[in-house]
Design a protein around this ligand. Structure first.
Ligand code: NAD
Length: 363
């Protein structure tokens, strides 16, 4: 893990520190952000490993509706009973100075409610993607955190992976000239999923694979180009599992049109596996496959294969957020609530374009 810390740190350009400033930084570095995980499902189980591997985070509390999980997590992580909450008792966390930050890993439809409640309790928030269902909801979350004087991050783990940092560099610095075409797609086959799973319910998921996975494709296009899309066209794909996909889409494809003239085509699907990114520029190309999942990623450009370390994305993400909070610095905008709001504006446009069959302007 020390190796991972170095790899991530190496991507930051820091000014030289005076001896006193270095001493202060060392003191800050010894502290940790005390995190309570809210919703102990699949992703919370990934994050617990990330927290354990981090340097600046401590798993201090839990919020769960399942008493057996509470017992299991309290035992496994030595969490005191006073730091364990249910969704009903959660607001009492306002009285608990042992928790600094709530990391929300609940179904999408609960992100807004729990962000507002955590902010009201004076806790910093990391909320999982998609941030909420609409840009308006995202704005309410941003406003609530601002008013409460707490920081709000979205769980954008890919910003901390060296492969994606490289994609950003190659695209934004035009290393191979202007990027003209991007293809970024993500999908998993959900054939065996129970029909009552929340991912299939509009009220809790907000939509199908676009809500679940689409932000990764939208994000990668936006950060590789360093531009905001002007317009979008989109098409719903076939429904091959009608018993499951009654409320949300099973397949969707869209095209984003950027000010430079670049176009990004993406598909998100619950019907098959796909996990790839490809950018074609005037004088070359760069690509990743796998590209958007947890990896390990593999990539190359027209100059040859990438050779970057495999990092624990969650630990890197958590440590960066924690270091900003510990040193009372505003989070970088590309992982803060504002970024989630921008993505939701695009996602809302994609749904509108697929529903109406019209090109939708995003500006
Ligand atoms: P999950 O179903 O495994 O976990 C959700 C948890 O919420 C469960 O513990 C469940 O008991 C609890 N819950 C509370 N109220 C609920 C309700 N009304 N209905 C259903 N469950 C309820 O889901 P997950 O895969 O862990 O996803 C949780 C969030 O994390 C989602 O927003 C998802 O998009 C996000 N996620 C992010 C990543 C990533 O890589 N950043 C990966 C997976 C999931």
């Amino acid at each position: 893990m020390a190796q991972m810390g170095r790899a991530v740190g190496a991507s930051l350009t820091l000014p030289p520190l005076s001896a006193m400033a270095q001493q202060r930084a060392n003191n800050v570095d010894k502290r940790k952000v005390n995190i309570a995980l809210c919703g102990l499902g699949r992703y919370a189980n990934v994050l617990k490993a990330g927290i354990a591997a981090s340097n600046y985070c401590h798993l201090a509390g839990i919020i769960t509706g399942t008493p057996a999980k509470a017992t299991q997590w309290m035992t496994e992580f030595n969490i005191p009973h006073k730091n364990s909450y249910t969704y009903q008792t959660f607001d009492q966390i306002i009285h608990n100075p042992a928790i600094d930050l709530v990391y929300i890993t609940l179904p999408n439809g609960l992100h807004k409610e729990f962000t507002l409640r955590a902010a009201k309790a004076g806790k910093h928030v990391i909320v999982e993607k998609p941030m909420a269902f609409t840009p308006q909801d995202c704005q309410q979350m941003i406003d609530a955190c601002q008013q409460a004087g707490v920081q709000l991050a979205v769980g954008y783990r890919l910003h901390y992976d060296p492969h994606h940092i490289e994609l950003k560099r190659l695209g934004q610095h035009k290393v191979f000239g202007q990027v003209r075409l991007i293809e970024a797609s993500l999908g998993y086959r959900l054939a065996g999923i129970p029909p009552d799973d929340w991912h299939l319910k509009k009220a809790l998921a907000g939509g199908g694979p676009l809500m679940n996975l689409g932000v990764y494709c939208v994000q990668s296009a936006r950060y590789v180009l360093g531009e905001e899309p002007l317009a979008v066209t989109a098409q719903f794909g076939p429904v091959t599992m009608p018993d499951l996909f009654r409320e949300v889409e099973e397949n969707i494809t869209w095209q984003l049109y950027f000010p430079s003239g670049a176009i990004c085509t993406s598909s998100c699907t619950s019907n098959c596996s796909i996990d790839r990114f490809y950018a074609s520029a005037d004088e070359g190309y760069f690509e990743l496959e796998p590209a958007l999942s947890y990896g390990p990623f593999k990539g190359r450009s027209s100059q040859g294969a990438f050779d970057f370390p495999v990092v624990n994305q969650q630990a890197a993400q958590l440590d960066d957020i924690a270091q900003h909070i510990l040193s009372k610095k505003a989070l970088p905008s590309h992982i803060a609530g504002e970024e989630g709001r921008r993505d939701m504006r695009v996602i809302e446009g994609i749904y509108r374009a697929a529903t109406t069959g019209q090109k939708v302007n995003l500006v």
